[in-house]
Design a binder for this molecule. Structure first.
Ligand code: MV4
Length: 449
């Protein structure tokens, strides 16, 4: 096992990684920006090294400074968390070439999954269902147009280097095709330095369902069920749950098995997530693979009673998974609300500043992952996630009732938060009946409720 790990991240996920390391008996090195001097990840780690000015591009996104910090501290491995450098293939390679274990997928797998057309081709080879569309990238616009006509409109154009909702364009008719292609492609060239696009049939009002997988270096790969992530606003998830109310045991097994096949096909190692679109007829289609631990991993931990961070670190160190698919049984239901420092009534505008009062909920079935404390000043430089409230129950109903009372118990003063929004959301008929898809927050207006 590693003796010392450097954590190349901040906020709640840095704390989450430190907690896992402490339980595994691993020493921790925090890195921090000048804006994060008073952060809990700095206080709770065994050592901390300042790596630069406040802005991400000057600190948490600077590979050479992180490598230098790892060198001076004598860490053996680097955990990137999510965001920042977690899916940067060059950084993963750089860690390896400097003798550090990058706790994530290999540079080559990250690079391949980053090319959405190549990722899709690999998944087809593994027998994973994908959305009908062109093979590879669009090289001939006329042929792409013909295929679009054949499939029927609407279709969607996606940037090969996009992902997470960036670089997409829906096309509703053949005469809009070419102009949309040109615009999307030049936008992609500007945003991702890559104009390549691919084409798919547009799936109307899908659910976003993702499968968690875990793979060790000895050929053991398992799936840990799905997370229902359909409740999003502008591709930002606000609430996630596991299991999904609409995924049957048979569907879970089908999605799980193809996910494991896809992971094995590319030689995947560590924790990963395969995102699918699920339509109302139980058809599911591969979208993309995230080669990192995700924000919403706790809902899976709660229902499978596993520590995904500890497992991820253990397999990175070369240990065997130590459990099989048959050992994994779902118990109960878990829901996560993302608490952001945002003014939800003003278009979710970020609302950084000093937290003057902070009281976290507790009691049975309640977990709070947060780096915030009373008097903490939320810096304006990073994302606005300040806490994750995860509630567990034997049933979905029990999880919801705990979520309700835990949101009521939560006190955060000094900054506006998404707590009032979450309270309204979980009181809607749509949420209570699990009657929703990715279009929910565009259809209902919580401002009037
Ligand atoms: C789609 C789609 C419908 N049809 N692809 C958005 C994020 C990116 N990973 C892919 N996305 C979508 N791809 C086809 N062929 C609809 C979406 C989509 C979406 C997906 C997941 C969660 C929220 C979404 C919101 C709008 C559109």
């Amino acid at each position: 096992m590693f003796k010392k790990i450097l954590i190349a991240n901040r906020g709640e996920i840095a704390l989450r990684i430190i907690r896992a390391c402490q339980e595994l008996g691993i020493k921790t090195v925090a890195v921090y920006s000048e804006a994060d001097e008073d952060s809990l990840h700095v206080r709770f780690a065994d050592e901390a090294i300042c790596i630069g000015p406040a802005r991400g591009i000057d600190s948490y996104l600077k590979p050479d400074r992180i490598i230098a910090a790892a060198e001076v501290s004598g860490a053996e491995a680097i955990h990137p968390g999510y965001g920042f450098l977690s899916e940067n293939a060059d950084f993963a390679d750089m860690c390896a070439s400097h003798g550090f274990k990058f706790i994530g997928a290999s540079g080559n797998v990250i690079r391949m999954m980053g090319d959405k057309a190549e990722a899709k081709e690999n998944m087809i080879k593994a027998g994973v269902p994908v959305v009908p569309g062109n093979k590879g990238i669009i090289t001939d616009i006329e042929k792409a147009k013909e295929l679009a006509v054949e499939m029927g409109f609407p279709v969607i154009l996606k940037a090969v280097s996009g992902g997470g909702g960036r670089g997409m364009r829906i096309v509703n008719s053949v005469d809009e095709f070419e102009v949309n292609y040109q615009m999307a492609s030049s936008e992609a060239a500007g945003a991702f330095n890559n104009p390549d696009m691919y084409l798919e049939k547009f799936i109307q009002n899908p659910r976003h369902i993702e499968i968690q997988i875990m793979a060790d270096q000895h050929g053991n790969t398992v799936y840990l069920g799905e997370r229902e992530c359909s409740i999003q606003r502008r591709h930002q998830k606000l609430l996630e749950e596991a299991p999904s109310a609409v995924v049957s045991e048979e569907l879970r097994e089908k999605m799980g098995k193809v996910s494991v096949a896809g992971a094995k096909k590319v030689g995947y190692e560590g924790a990963g997530t395969i995102e699918f679109l699920l339509d109302s007829d139980e058809n599911f289609y591969f979208m993309e693979m995230n080669t990192r631990i995700q924000v919403e991993h706790p809902v899976t931990e709660m229902i499978y009673d596993r520590d995904l961070l500890k497992d991820q670190i253990r397999v990175a160190a070369g240990e065997e998974l130590g459990y099989t698919q048959d050992d994994l049984q779902i118990r109960g239901h878990a829901i996560e609300c993302r608490i952001n420092a945002e003014d939800w009534e003003r278009n979710f505008m970020p609302n950084p500043g000093e937290v003057t009062s902070f009281h976290v909920p507790g009691g049975p079935g309640v977990r709070v992952d947060s780096h915030v404390y009373q008097r903490y000043k939320i810096p304006p430089f990073y994302d606005s996630l300040i806490a994750k409230l995860i509630c567990y129950g034997k049933t979905r109903e029990e999880a919801i009732s705990r979520l309700n009372r835990a949101l009521d118990e939560f006190v955060i003063e000094g900054v506006k938060t998404t707590i009032p929004f979450q309270k309204k959301l979980i009181a809607t008929r749509e949420f209570l009946e699990a009657d929703f898809d990715t279009g929910l927050l565009d259809r209902i207006n919580l401002l009037d409720k």
